[in-house]
Write a protein that binds this ligand. Structure first.
Ligand code: ARG
Length: 492
């Protein structure tokens, strides 16, 4: 047992890096179809084949997902006015940007696969690194998949049954049922063929860009046509700052929703070791991707406001549907429903592939029962896939978009905070570390302050969600110490 322990702790980090690598590759399957089919966790390194564009695609492809079609109503309802809502989007974007820059410093100095898991290991040691992986398995991955499934359900449901005038309770349950159907289809797709799933996702990335551009173009045309007729368009008829909320907790809630749409900014860090010149490419990717996405989201939001009245935006999680309805009638509604539904389904599918492998790899390291380690190389890890699906079902059944976004945000930003704090700590502790890319020290400091504010507000405004989050993370603590010293979960 002495020996098997040392073996298992020796492999712990490496396996997890590779798992994270698969994870982030698969998260944006569209660009990785070829690599996935040759995926082999025992291979020391993959061929360095990812350049600037692949990296950009990894980041942007993951960021543009469900959020920009689901969060806007939540943001404007909580901030009260157009001006405050747009400001919140900008702040969220800038915060994500400072985070991504800080991660770029870490990624350039420690250019390995695995992202935060590597940095936490370097700065704080194995415990926090384990806790992060644990949290990814029980909370971050299934939580984010559940959010995407819920948005999928809401879009498809409203497109299919919206005209029937069903009771709100029934609609909520239909949302969930359709979310679960989408989930089931994604499980099915994943258990049959990785290849099909991969080429399917290729098309979806293009689809995402197309929807954003469509929203922008339709918004401008619609507003221009309205202006010709001489009335102020959409939500702009009441002055852009009127009714701005004065409740700081509401701003925090809004910020979480907007941050969800920007989430994924750390995606390229997971595969830093496979970039052609990580030390140069990584910062470039961040410097290009972040402003692009921030500007795109800002214009898309303005487009929504140009077309729809504020109360209508505030009341919906499916703003693109209302938007499609307004500009093109029922056809527009259906087009946007299908497009957003597909985009969500693609994301769900990709996340499922990577997370199943993450769970499998955790089981191999005795973090969770060995039972879930089953599955040959290159084959579908069915047990871990099903475990992942079960976790998502639970989250879908008990949560709604807003709660899930807060739970995801509190836990996600806790680890982002700890990781970015590491940038500051390393600056003092490890002055000689070679840092090919250095941010101004103010960047991680700003990120840490805002993240602290966010977490504290999240805890105050949604205590239940936050307690659940912390309980999940805390549950990882005994597991770390138990699995470290025993063979509780079977032989390694
Ligand atoms: N920003 C994405 C969206 O709006 C969510 C990204 C989820 N994060 C992740 N690491 N998979 O849908």
């Amino acid at each position: 047992s002495e020996r098997s322990n040392s073996v298992s702790s020796g492999t712990r980090n490496r396996s997890f890096s590779v798992a994270s690598l698969a994870l982030s590759f698969a998260d944006s399957l569209g660009f990785t179809g070829g690599l996935l089919s040759t995926y082999n966790p025992d291979a020391p390194v993959l061929i360095k084949r990812l350049g600037l564009f692949s990296g950009l695609a990894l980041v942007i492809g993951l960021q543009i997902g469900s959020g920009i079609f689901a969060s806007p109503g939540n943001v404007s309802a909580n901030t009260g006015s157009i001006g405050a809502a747009l400001t919140t989007w900008v702040i969220a974007g800038l915060l994500a940007w400072t985070g991504a820059l800080s991660y770029a410093e870490l990624g350039a100095a420690l250019p390995h696969n695995g992202g935060a898991q590597v940095y936490l290991q370097h700065v704080y040691g194995p415990f926090l690194s384990f806790l992060y992986s644990w949290c990814a398995i029980v909370l971050l991955k299934p939580g984010s998949a559940a959010i995407i499934a819920v948005v999928f359900g809401e879009y498809v449901n409203r497109a299919a049954f919206g005209a029937l005038d069903l009771s709100p309770t029934l609609m909520v349950w239909l949302d969930k049922i359709i979310a679960l159907v989408g989930l089931f289809l994604a499980v099915l797709l994943n258990s049959f063929s990785t290849r099909k799933a991969a080429s399917f996702s290729n098309i979806l990335v293009i689809c995402k860009f197309a929807i954003l551009i469509a929203v922008i173009v339709f918004g401008i045309v619609y507003a221009a046509a309205g202006a010709v007729e001489g009335h102020k368009p959409g939500a702009f008829d009441n002055g852009i700052w009127s009714n701005t909320s004065k409740d700081i907790s509401q701003f925090a809630t809004a910020l979480y929703s907007a941050l969800w749409a920007f989430d994924g900014w750390d995606n390229v860090n997971f595969i830093a070791g496979d970039l052609k010149e990580p030390t140069k490419t990584l910062p470039k990717i961040v410097q290009f991707a972040m402003p692009t996405v921030i500007i795109a989201y800002l214009i898309v939001n303005i487009s929504y406001f140009l077309v729809l009245p504020l109360p209508e935006i505030n009341a919906t999680n499916t703003v693109a549907l209302a938007f499609g309805d307004r500009v093109l009638g029922y056809t527009g509604r259906l087009i946007f429903a299908c497009a957003v539904g597909l985009s969500c389904f693609g994301a769900l599918n990709a996340t499922m592939f990577s997370s199943a492998r993450l769970i499998q790899s955790a089981a191999r390291n005795n973090f969770i029962p060995r039972y879930f380690a089953a599955g040959e190389e290159g084959k579908v890890p069915l047990r871990s896939l099903l475990l992942f699906a079960v976790l998502i079902v639970v989250y879908v059944l008990v949560g709604n978009f807003e709660q899930l976004v807060i739970i995801y945000g509190v836990s996600g930003y806790l680890f982002y905070f700890i990781t970015v704090l590491g940038v500051i700590i390393l600056r003092f502790r490890d002055r000689t570390l070679y840092r090919p890319y250095k941010v101004w020290l103010s960047t991680p400091i700003i990120f840490c302050c805002v993240a602290l504010f966010l977490m504290s507000r999240g805890i105050f405004s949604k205590p239940m969600s936050s307690i659940i989050t912390l309980a999940f993370i805390a549950a990882g603590v005994p597991i770390y110490f138990i699995t470290k010293n025993t063979d509780l979960f079977g032989k390694a």
